[in-house]
Write a protein that binds this ligand. Structure first.
Ligand code: PXG
Length: 452
């Protein structure tokens, strides 16, 4: 705001002074609703946040699917503090620093198959747009520049870049931001309550939905398609678990037509689904590219990454040695403090056996979440690893209202959940105990019982 503001703007001044919250345009938030009754976290430790009025709130969502090792882990706090003092920033282009290289090799080791080169970004959205650009450029450098089409999926969420919202399948993105990238097709989503409601783990029905890719191939010609991108488990649009055989079928069709398969694992990587670093490994399906973020630094410092198959990296490593092979990158690609955080987080995953812990707790988690089956207005429950979703029947004419009411009531009772549409999505830090799982579902069932 200009310093020269005249005093005759009382409304604005009053508004500003009343809350001090006006200037921050909050992301993906109901700004006016929030600002009239703010919910603030001021600190966090292990499984809990603390609010500005001193209440402890159990984190059943790992922040936004990212704080997989809980909050304020001393190993990561120390690594970040030391790194910012030793080397705060180093130029990312034509220069390097050791920790980015070390983190890339540690990640490459954790990735399935020959996904052995890593490109760093700062977020999931940047990882997605990077992966799409790599896919397009890969075909180009191999002399298949005609492969320009991209295929996403309905109800897919791939962040907020123009590439990501184009391949994503979220109606509001189309409504608000226009036609987006051209040359994009969408597979049908796999959510089928009639056939698969209350399935534990992978649904039985829906593998054939992958065959729609053959329809898209027949329509445009396989030789025009660069890549297919899907989340192995669609997170943001309500936790949609892949039907048995579905991802395998997608892989088969992509291979048949020379199309790259990208798994967007921004949510699913780093032990979220079981005792594996990725959902690709968990489901035994090998993509050509994996996008990551969130759990990579467990939410401590922003960082994303894209792991690519060696055949992709090698395709670029041709021509004169002084040529820049991929015309892409970010000022903060492989940022020293983020890289230090990433290394420390990988140490914690390994040292505390957190991926194995997911697998160990998954059956208990499954039992407890499915015990909510008979509560009023619960129309579906889904789960895998330490992910869970409870879908509520929406209030007629007021979609999202019932689940959001559950969110508000849980927050008042000291429990942080996430809601998307009328689905409650749960994804606690992997350090959670059985007692804390009990606490989540005891609170939640009390709240759901009393929802209008
Ligand atoms: N891909 C996937 C699969 C994601 O889930 C992104 C890309 C974008 O990441 P960034 O770091 O740019 O936000 C995401 C992000 C939710 C929720 O409540 C999910 C996300 C973000 C915020 C909330 O489900 N996913």
């Amino acid at each position: 705001m200009s310093l020269a503001t005249t005093p005759n703007t009382p409304t604005e001044e009053t508004r500003r002074n009343k809350t001090g919250l006006e200037e921050f345009w909050m992301p993906f938030s109901a700004n006016r609703q929030f600002k009239s009754k703010p919910r603030m976290f001021v600190s966090g430790d292990k499984m809990h946040y603390v609010t500005d009025d001193g209440r402890k709130v159990m984190d059943a969502t790992a922040g936004l699917w990212c704080c997989n090792i809980g909050h304020a882990h001393p190993t990561v706090v120390k690594a970040v503090q030391e790194q910012v003092q030793e080397l705060d920033y180093a130029p990312a282009f034509q220069m390097g620093h050791p920790k980015a290289f070390e983190l890339a090799s540690r990640l490459a080791e954790m990735m399935p198959g020959s996904l052995d080169h890593v490109f760093f970004t700062n977020s999931g959205s940047e990882s997605v747009d990077t992966a799409l650009k790599i896919a397009l450029a890969y075909h180009n450098v191999r002399g298949e520049a005609g492969r320009t089409r991209l295929v996403g999926r309905e109800r897919g969420y791939h962040g907020v870049g123009f590439g990501g919202i184009s391949v994503g399948g979220i109606v509001n993105n189309r409504k608000f931001f226009g036609t987006l990238l051209t040359g994009v097709d969408h597979l049908p989503h796999t959510h089928d309550l009639k056939k698969n409601a209350f399935t534990k783990g992978q649904p039985e029905h829906g593998a054939e939905l992958a065959d729609d890719l053959e329809r898209i191939v027949a329509l445009h010609g396989g030789e025009t398609i660069a890549a297919v991108i899907v989340e192995p488990i669609a997170g943001s649009t309500g936790v949609l678990i892949p039907p048995k055989g579905y991802l395998e079928r997608l892989r088969e069709i992509c291979t048949k037509h020379g199309i790259l398969l990208i798994f967007d694992e921004v949510i699913t990587a780093f032990g979220r689904v079981g005792n594996t670093a990725t959902a690709a490994e968990y489901y035994g399906v090998q993509p050509d590219i994996i996008t990551m973020a969130k759990g990579l630094t467990a939410g401590t410092i922003p960082m994303g990454a894209v792991a690519v198959d060696s055949k992709i990296y090698e395709a670029f490593m041709k021509g004169p040695e002084n040529a820049i092979e991929l015309f892409h990158g970010y000022t903060y690609s492989g940022h020293p403090v983020a890289a230090a955080a990433g290394l420390a987080v990988l140490d914690v995953y390994k040292g505390e056996g957190l991926f194995a812990r997911t697998e160990e707790l998954a059956p208990y988690w499954e039992e407890r979440i499915h015990a909510l089956k008979d509560l009023p207005r619960v129309i579906d429950i889904r789960n895998t690893g330490l992910i869970g979703a409870i879908e509520l029947e929406g209030i007629e004419g007021k979609p999202t209202a019932r689940a959001f009411e559950a969110f508000l009531q849980c927050f008042d009772k000291g429990l942080l959940i996430r809601t998307t549409g009328d689905t409650i999505a749960l994804s606690p830090p992997l350090i959670i105990s059985k007692e804390e799982i009990d606490e989540i579902f005891d609170t939640l069932s009390g709240v759901i019982k009393n929802l209008k």
